[in-house]
Design a protein around this ligand. Structure first.
Ligand SMILES: [Zn+2]
Length: 284
């Protein structure tokens, strides 16, 4: 098995378990239940486990209160783009460490369509951050709590783009603006955890605006009259309309609103909600 991250501790940590030198002394061959509990209590091993088993799906496990996790897209990994979609309590410092940088360039997000170039535009108002490869490795990131984090890697240049796509930005054209600034359609894209169609209830006017800028298929009308929208599908629809091959768009699943143990949600927690930092680093 290829080790994508030469500096992470997966081999060492798992070897400790196999050698029964871990705290509980569990023998993984004789007592698998104890071993699973053991793994779940060890943040570093658990993260490594997440990395190795990730296939674009948020696992059906409850987060241990002391464990934060980082979800990843194997598609982006395969193309050499180190990136992270952290769970709710992951520290920014740990996210940066996970992708091998000291700093993640960010902007002041305003639900608009401006794209900022890192590092010069750090902290300015924008909703996408572009990092050009070639002058040292640069990481860019966006903060979300229900909005859609979209991470893009340019397979030709190694450039990266992080997009904050709430419904307003989506309707205004932040996805198009980001890709045009990047200047390529030969990209790989990961759409991260966001509020799902299970929970994103909107008024008919908002649903209509989103449908107009993506597809009628993103809108669901329940028998009760409640209208919900699939923001993830709306982003994917826009990407495909812009010429991105569907096979080069990966979903890292998860609904921020109802998976409260894993994610922050503005809809659920209001102004007290925290944010999660989705980030990606240039690959050369
Ligand atoms: Zn949900």
């Amino acid at each position: 098995m290829q080790d994508f991250y030469c500096d992470h501790a997966v081999h060492v940590s798992l070897q400790c378990l196999v050698d029964s030198t871990h705290a509980t002394g569990a023998n993984p061959l004789q007592d698998p239940k104890a071993t699973i509990q053991d793994i779940a209590s060890d943040k570093q091993v658990f993260r490594a486990h997440q990395f190795l088993t990730s296939c674009g799906n948020t696992p059906a496990v409850s987060a241990h209160p002391d464990v934060s996790m980082i979800f990843q897209s194997q598609l982006l990994c395969r193309h050499g783009f180190r990136h992270a979609f952290p769970s709710r309590d992951e520290r920014e410092l740990d996210v940066a460490g996970c992708i091998g940088v000291r700093h993640i360039h960010q902007v002041r997000q305003v639900h608009g369509t401006r794209v900022a170039l890192a590092p010069s535009a750090e902290g300015t108002e924008a909703d996408a951050v572009l990092g050009r490869a070639g002058s040292g490795r640069i990481a860019v990131g966006v903060r979300v709590a229900d909005c859609v984090p979209v991470l893009v890697g340019d397979c030709d240049t190694g450039d990266v783009l992080a997009i904050h796509a709430g419904w307003r930005g989506l309707v205004s054209g932040i996805v198009r603006a980001g890709l045009e600034e990047l200047g390529s359609r030969r990209v790989v894209v990961a759409i991260g955890p966001c509020i799902g169609p299970c929970c994103f209830e909107v008024g008919a006017d908002v649903a209509e605006k989103i449908a107009q800028e993506s597809s009628a298929a993103v809108v669901h009308r329940k028998d009760s009259g409640v209208v919900t929208v699939d923001l993830r599908l709306a982003v994917r629809t826009q990407l495909e309309a812009l010429g991105v091959d569907p096979s080069r768009v990966d979903d890292v699943d998860g609904c921020t609103k109802h998976q409260g143990g894993l994610f922050h949600s503005f809809r659920r927690d209001g102004i007290q909600s925290g944010r999660m930092l989705g980030a990606i680093r240039t690959n050369r």
